[in-house]
Design a protein around this ligand. Structure first.
Ligand SMILES: C[C@](O)(CO)[C@H](O)COP(=O)(O)OP(=O)(O)OC[C@H]1O[C@@H](n2ccc(N)nc2=O)[C@H](O)[C@@H]1O
Ligand SMILES: Nc1ncnc2c1ncn2[C@@H]1O[C@H](COP(=O)(O)OP(=O)(O)OP(=O)(O)O)[C@@H](O)[C@H]1O
Length: 284
């Protein structure tokens, strides 16, 4: 038997850091949603008690470092599953981009293996398992749009933003999430984005107000480390995106655009100097 799962990329419409915790993680307040750029996982049961990962992407680990592998091992250990699985990852989400590609693969593996092995694990329990794999995994299990607090694992579902185009551009640099959080001086942040204003904008379905309240305090670190991310933001703004922000710890920058007519101008303008540009829709 085979099961298939889609693993969409996430973007952070808002990312605030409240404080550094004693366990080394940061207390955050984020608003996350999904876009329709997705990896696809094919999972097939194996009679032997083993986990095998393959992918067409040559640049990700296929051993126990792979988050989908870790998800499979976790579910097998916790529910005493003695069967094996072959997981093929069709990667479309750029890696180490701030789009939670690995986290979404892990979440899709949890959902898929729950079905493949008929375990009937409730979604909330899958989220708790997911939190053991990474802070973004619980959100990737549920999808939709949510306010995430704690280290990102406490979720409150909210309505989806109004439909729009999302232009994603990833400069050719690799950014380490741990490094960005490590360099952030949370206590010295001068301004914070307003979660309440963003939640209100989303609930009113006001595209322009959503664009006005985009904010990510991790930009203060990544933009100063990598000036090319700042340049990319400026280019997207100049080309006419309605709202522009870096996603997660970066380096991907996204632009929200409400009119289709503007999208190809932005895409073509960015493609002149950035190889990885994607035009997608918000997943609603
Ligand atoms: C930047 C975001 O992607 C925004 O959605 C997340 O906050 C990070 O989520 P993630 O990549 O799943 O992060 P994890 O794999 O749990 O953690 C990677 C590293 O980032 C740092 N980290 C992560 C989340 C958090 N709330 N505080 C942190 O300080 C920690 O140093 C941790 O060792
Ligand atoms: N299934 C996977 N897909 C992509 N990367 C993976 C996967 N499993 C493990 N990794 C490793 O995880 C690291 C981060 O990749 P990922 O694409 O998840 O980053 P990200 O988009 O920045 O995530 P986040 O937004 O959650 O911080 C990479 O160095 C990669 O080698």
């Amino acid at each position: 038997m085979k099961v298939y799962e889609k693993a969409p990329a996430k973007i952070n419409l808002l990312l605030d850091v409240i404080r550094k915790r004693e366990d080394g993680f940061h207390e955050v307040e984020m608003i996350m949603t999904m876009v329709d750029l997705a990896d696809r996982l094919e999972m097939e049961e194996l009679p032997r008690d083993t986990i095998i990962i393959s992918s067409q992407a040559g640049y990700i680990p296929l051993d126990e470092k792979n988050l989908a592998f870790q998800a499979a091992r976790l579910i097998k250990d916790r529910y005493d599953v003695r069967k094996g699985v072959y997981i093929h990852l069709d990667k479309k989400i750029p890696v180490a981009a701030g789009l939670a590609g690995g986290s979404s693969d892990a979440a899709a593996a949890l959902r898929g293996l729950n079905r493949l092995w008929g375990l009937n694990i409730p979604e909330e329990e899958l989220c708790t398992l997911g939190a053991e794999l990474g802070s973004d995994v619980p959100f990737c299990v549920t999808g939709g749009t949510a306010i995430a607090t704690g280290r990102g694992e406490k979720l409150e579902r909210i309505s989806n933003p109004p439909q729009c185009w999302v232009v994603l551009a990833k400069p050719p640099i690799n950014v380490s999430t741990a490094d960005v959080y490590g360099k952030l001086r949370a206590a010295e942040l001068k301004s914070h984005p307003s979660t309440a204003a963003m939640v209100s904008a989303i609930s009113r379905g006001s595209f322009s107000s959503i664009c006005d309240h985009l904010g990510n305090v991790l930009e203060s670190v990544t933009l100063s480390l990598y000036p090319e991310v700042m340049q990319l933001k400026e280019s997207m703004q100049r080309l006419g995106a309605d709202g522009v922000l870096m996603s997660g710890s970066g380096p991907t920058v996204f632009g929200l655009v409400n009119k289709e007519a503007k999208v190809s101008r932005i895409y073509n303008g960015l493609r002149g100097f950035c190889k990885e540009v994607y035009v997608v829709r918000m997943l609603t």
